[in-house]
Write a protein that binds this ligand. Sequence first.
Ligand code: UDX
Length: 444
Amino acid sequence: MTHRLTVIGTGYLGATHAACMADLGFQVLGLDVDETRIARLAAGDLPFYEPGLEEILERNLANGRLRFTTSYEEVAEFGDVHFICVGTPQKAGEYAADLTYVEDAVSSLAPLLHRSCLVVGKSTVPVGTAERLAERIALLAPADGDAVLAWNPEFLREGFAVQDTLKPDRIVAGVPADQGAAERAEKILREIYASMLAEGTPFVVADYPTSELVKVAANAFLATKISFINAMAEVCEAAHADVTKLSEALSYDDRIGGRFLGPGLGFGGGCLPKDIRAFMARAGELGVDQALTFLREVDEINIRRRIRMVDLARAQLGGSFVGRTVGVLGAAFKPNSDDVRDSPALDVAATIRAQGGKVTVYDPQAMRNARRVHPSLDFADSVLDAVRDAHAVLLLTEWQEFKDLDPHELADAVAERNIVDGRNALDPERWRAAGWTYRALGRP
Ligand code: UDX
């Protein structure tokens, strides 16, 4: 049987999931409480930058498989399976996750569930949330319905969202303790993901808390790996060693592997930083905060890279930013994204501005978002305009466009040939040969 799907919450996760599931052949109805967002999506206008996604959105709007609404009644009436994809941001002034959107989604949907259906949580939540939401659904759902909750965490990366959704590394299905309900949930999820399972994608069935933990544990591990190599970068700087060579040599050990071992300005974005903080907060509530105190160090190593970057840039300029012009390349938290949430690049740019520098920023995709968050920074429409008359150039997000830059061409635009490579993305020899003073994090 083909299930009719709904996707509640149409941010990065929800919009990608809705469009990709429609592309697999399902009828999909997406819901958001933000009317402007829904109007844009319904018109085929993706509200954020994600390579390849807009074509899939347009294609499935045109073939009629994908529609959008703001009505929970319509969603409850339509769906056999409801995916909850709303955000769980960090609470203001606290480490814990803000579950308001998840709770609102469940409270709005559950009382309308007159049909037999599966509710599938995909949002990243603190362990224990699914159990609580299942109780809430049981309490609120009408007697004629038969709603079961499953937890199915999403691991997609921005910039690779389509690929990660259609060809995931694994599918995790968190199912209820009741055996009948668990079997029903597993069967439906297997039917929905049948094409991926046929290609051999591992399918891990677990209880609710384990499935919730898989997601945060994965992000904690990735953050730890990045901070590990950045801690090595600190040691390398003190010992006059080269962290990029160290990282390369480590990567040949299969037990370690080279991915997420890229030294530089560290991690940012809407997930890793807030997820490790929410994980620490939750461990504290569970009375096992000691188990995760190392994540505080992971977070601190990460933040220290930003401070070190500012220090390196200041040193390049002879000890002060006052009266000096700095060209900043990159604002997004990583390349192939327009997301500036907790962006290391923007953080560095804003700090230098606060210390008296005249900072001009260019990013291929994130300018609109960056302007909104930091209106006091100056922005330019091209690399050359951003670095014009600069006393130092900082590379803070490793877009391909920046890796391909010609040091000779840039040399003619700047006032002084100083470059600090915050992502270890450039070839130092090439830049030095063109007369630049090249500095990078973790390298002599
Ligand atoms: C992450 C997880 O990868 C994904 O599985 C989860 O679902 C959401 O969070 P994302 O936030 O899109 O995805 O970004 P990711 O590609 O993981 O990069 C995170 C940050 O780490 C970026 O700021 C990136 O620049 C940084 N990073 C990554 C490094 O500093 N070094 C590396 O070697 C890799």
